[in-house]
Design a protein around this ligand. Structure first.
Ligand code: ATP
Length: 899
């Protein structure tokens, strides 16, 4: 069927075409249409085929060397070696393939957690709905910060501006209206349409869904769908660079060894080829890339379990080096459970009793115990509080539940405590128009009329803002000129108690249908103030302390009053209880002055989103790695600029979520701190894997080199080396990916992001362990040979020696510097114990079963040899612990010197 040209027809005819109306579809109709049209989602991204993904596992320099090695062994007629090397290449690819698949699935599952919500009108009632369930004909409400959930024909719009860059490439937001446009107009000029995936940057609107899912404009642009996060992070990039260098080094080393063996030691070319293959195979850390990918993926999953969803993978690493966390106050550091405690009008100061949203409590005049009768001043204030308000309170199962913003919910409760009834009031004074609350202008206004033909406006917002907009104050029905000093004193009085203060004002209006910004700016009459408490989150207090112990600064950036912010900061342990910088102070500073101030001041009050950007930039220019939270559209630039932008999952807008690196499911400050801890742990675990895997390669390579230099038979053959590398990587090294956080992980300073992957300390540890492996393995091999054992027997002993070393070393590697003489070393990570168990079974199969003996050239060994292996094997544990002890001692000494 030919679709109407939605942008060229009127609202009425669009509604008619879709058999819908302004009161929305009925649930029944919507259900039927969902069956007819299908869900409102884009077809899943066409992923690379399984075969391509498998083939890509071979595209790796180190693997090329292995393939070259296989070809050489084939040319030399060493068919067993040839098949084992190829087998390993294949198994390696298979493991990489499976692990990458797992990591991708984990990321997919996480991105599903960020499903989009829409506000839809059905059966004449506004309700939240998962955007997937939208159908053509639905009526959708939009406000700034929303992502448009389907293609819409606008039916009502208030100063609506939409960022359509995703469709048109145009970075300036386009202004929208509801009048039809020319049929031929280009996508970017269709002002009466809002297209799926675009972002509302300003205003509010209502729209009629005309297309959903793949019938939307964006659904038809197929290559835009591939927005899956790639498994590529700065660390992975550094590692592939490292792998390239390593390959080059291995090739040079192998060539020199070949020449040395052939010319100096007089080996045959065949022997030397095989030795060179062995050396190359020994030095290549085949399992490392897969281990690192899986460690990152496990980290991302662990963060999601702790309520922090990573949207961009590099953030996992950056989180570990965050030095400053800038956090919003309301809802993040505080509970966002508001309760009005005080009311101030020109006629008196009142206390309000009761907690939570239940309208149970009394209003008493301060210093007078009895409940007061509501006077006209108080009555008008509470009427205004109820009408200039979008929140609703409902009773569900005997509990009062809030739909809407907690600040507004608290006002509804307060008004009910004074005897107001919401339904009666909405009937008496219907709302005609509204200017919604925005953090920039810090007030909200609504226009009403009553049934006597009177028009009036109510405004509520930040007191400093409203005091300037008022010329009079209300006193028992009369209006007297406003006493600004009196009100400023009252704001400070309430704010110093840590209360959030809202002023409420009114204005009589001419008959009007629209409310403009200029109407609100003058001629208002102040009705009074309300002061509400919002208790700090218990867990935020401990989390702030944890940050300070971890060398991380916490800064509070809030739209609230300076005195309120300082009072809350005092409870939370943020700031010195005095110093605070306001948005106006920031405006009056140049960048240099701001850079100076941000270093000492931790509380920023009465800020607008624009200040956040300046603060992040100033902090970054002092070398800080900054995490910044945000929820609104205008927070997006600061979130983008921050090293880790954090959006609120509950109260955040789509715009903020799309820009951020991380989204907090529960809007809780604690979740940021948990994510930082996890970020540090992931980096530690990657370091531990490197520290574990590289010495294995180093030890093997040194053993082969030593054999060549001393003119002896190889203590382990290339296929045996491959066995060790593969089997230990998938058992022991993988266990390190599951390593829990070290106890002191949040007691040390943040990691310097410029720190190289292989620090001098890591290189030292790798060499130290490699040398132990060399002496143990090569030494025991020579011992066996000298005692008259066959070459196969001696090699089997050497091979088991190497693996036993690895087993003991795994327990050292669980702690990089801390000692490992503790209970948790055995029980703290059950994967480590499983891995050891599996590995022992594999080693027994390798040593005692006939097929393995044939394939790997091994021989059964006796108990006496095992005893020697185990005794020498455990020496590595004590040697590395001794090295750690010396290191800790030296560190402590140098710290004392610094002190
Ligand atoms: P943060 O999360 O940054 O700590 P906040 O919630 O304290 O922010 P805003 O939401 O920007 O800051 O609010 C700033 C001020 O605007 C508040 O102190 C209050 O006076 C006023 N305000 C808040 N919510 C509303 C509202 N719904 N209607 C009118 N005024 C409001």
């Amino acid at each position: 069927m030919q679709q109407p040209v939605w942008h060229a027809i009127s609202v009425e005819s669009a509604l008619e075409q879709l058999q819908s109306q302004l009161s929305g579809l009925s649930q029944q109709q919507a259900k039927q249409r969902l069956l007819d049209y299908g869900p409102n989602q884009l077809p899943a991204t066409r992923k690379k085929s399984a075969l391509t993904r498998f083939a890509q596992q071979f595209h790796n320099l180190l693997i090329y060397i292995l393939i070259a090695a296989a070809i050489i062994t084939a040319l030399l007629g060493q068919w067993i070696d040839f098949s084992v090397i190829l087998g390993v290449v294949f198994i390696n690819a298979l493991i990489g393939y499976i692990q990458e698949g797992k990591a991708e699935r984990a990321l997919d599952a996480i991105s599903n957690m960020l499903s989009q919500q829409a506000s839809v009108i059905r059966d004449n009632k506004a309700m939240p709905l998962n955007a997937v369930e939208l159908v053509p004909g639905d009526i959708v409400q939009l406000q700034s910060g929303d992502k448009v959930p389907a293609d819409l024909r606008l039916i009502d719009s208030h100063e609506l501006r939409i960022d359509e860059a995703i469709l048109t490439g145009e970075s300036l937001s386009s202004q929208k209206s509801i009048s039809p446009c020319q049929e031929q107009s280009a996508l970017g000029d269709r002002n009466c349409m809002a297209y799926s995936g675009t972002l509302i940057t300003f205003g509010t609107a209502t729209g009629l869904v005309v297309s959903t899912g793949r019938h939307t404009e964006i659904g038809q642009i197929s290559d835009m769908l591939g927005n899956v996060d790639v498994l590529e992070t700065p660390l992975l990039k550094r590692i592939s660079k490292f792998a390239r260098w390593l390959t080059l080094a291995i090739m040079i080393l192998t060539s020199i060894t070949f020449l040395y063996g052939f010319f100096v030691q007089g080996y045959t070319a065949t022997d030397m080829f095989l030795a060179a293959v062995g050396l190359a195979v020994a030095a290549i850390p085949e399992g490392l890339p897969a281990i690192i990918t899986i460690t990152l993926a496990i980290g991302v999953q662990a963060m999601a379990n702790r309520k922090a969803i990573i949207r961009k993978l590099p953030a996992v690493e950056t989180l570990g080096s965050v030095t400053t966390i800038c956090s919003d106050k309301t809802g993040t550091l505080t509970c966002n459970e508001m309760t009005v405690k005080n009311i101030i009008t020109a006629a008196g100061n009142y206390e309000v009793s009761g907690v939570g949203y239940a309208p149970l409590g009394n209003i008493t005049l301060i210093n007078h115990a009895e409940k007061i009768t509501v006077n006209s001043c108080l009555e008008e204030l509470s009427r205004a509080a109820m009408l200039c308000n979008d929140a609703r309170l409902y009773q569900e199962n005997g509990q009062w539940v809030l739909h809407g913003d907690p600040t507004e919910g608290a006002l509804v409760t307060m008004a009910m405590k004074t005897g107001q009834d919401a339904d009666v009031l909405y009937g008496q004074c219907p709302r005609i128009d509204a200017i919604p609350f925005e953090s920039e202008h810090r007030f909200m206004a609504t226009l009403h009329h009553d049934h006597k033909g009177q028009y009036f406006m109510y405004v509520k917002g930040a007191p400093e803002r409203l005091i300037d907009m008022c010329v009079t104050q209300k006193l028992s029905g009369d209006e007297t000129p406003i006493d600004k000093q009196f009100w400023h004193d009252k704001v400070n009085e309430l704010a110093e108690k840590g209360q959030r203060v809202l002023a409420i004002a009114s204005k009589l209006m001419e008959k009007s249908q629209d409310l403009s910004f200029s109407d609100t700016q003058q001629g208002l009459s102040l009705l009074g103030f309300v002061g509400m408490i919002d208790p700090p989150r218990e867990e935020a207090i401990t989390s702030v302390k944890a940050c300070h112990n971890a060398g991380i600064n916490v800064k509070m950036i809030t739209g609230d009053h300076a005195a309120t912010a300082v009072a809350i900061g005092r409870i939370l342990g943020i700031g010195d209880g005095k110093a605070v910088l306001t948005g106006v102070d920031i405006d009056n500073m140049d960048n240099d002055a701001l850079i100076q101030s941000v270093q000492d001041i931790d509380i920023f009050a009465r800020t607008s989103p624009i200040h956040k950007l300046r603060l992040v930039t100033a902090l970054q220019s002092t070398g800080q790695i900054v995490s910044m939270t945000g929820d609104g559209v205008n927070d997006a630039p600061a979130l983008k600029r921050a090293d880790v932008g954090v959006a609120m999952g509950m109260k955040g807008t789509s715009v903020a979520k799309e820009t951020a690196e991380m989204v907090l499911v529960d809007d809780n400050f604690k979740s940021i701190v948990n994510a930082v801890e996890q970020g540090r742990t992931v980096y530690d675990n990657i370091k531990k894997s490197i520290l574990f895997i590289l010495p294995t390669n180093g030890g093997e390579a040194l053993t082969i080199l030593a054999a060549i230099i001393l003119g002896r038979l190889l203590p382990i053959t290339p296929v045996q080396i491959l066995w060790v590398n593969m089997i230990t990587a998938v058992t022991l090294a993988l266990a390190l990916a599951f390593e829990p956080a070290e106890k002191n992980v949040m007691k040390r300073p943040p990691r310097n992001p410029a720190e190289p992957l292989l620090t001098p300390f890591l290189i030292w540890r790798i060499i130290f362990v490699s040398v132990i492996l060399l002496f143990g393995t090569f030494g025991l091999f020579i011992f066996e040979r000298e005692s008259g054992s066959s070459i196969e027997y001696s090699r089997t002993v050497a091979l088991n020696m190497l693996v036993t070393f690895e087993i003991f070393y795994l327990f050292n590697a669980r702690y990089i510097i801390e000692h490992a003489f503790k209970r948790e070393v055995l029980f703290g990570n059950r994967y480590a114990v499983y891995a050891v168990g599996i590995l022992i079974v594999f080693q027994l199969i390798l040593t005692y079963t006939a097929p393995a003996q044939l394939l790997f050239g091994t021989e059964a060994i006796n108990l006496e040899s095992w005893a020697r292996i185990i005794i020498i094997g455990c020496s590595i544990f004590f040697l590395v612990e001794a090295e750690k002890f010396v290191l800790r001692y030296k560190r402590r000494k140098s710290e004392t010197v610094v002190d």
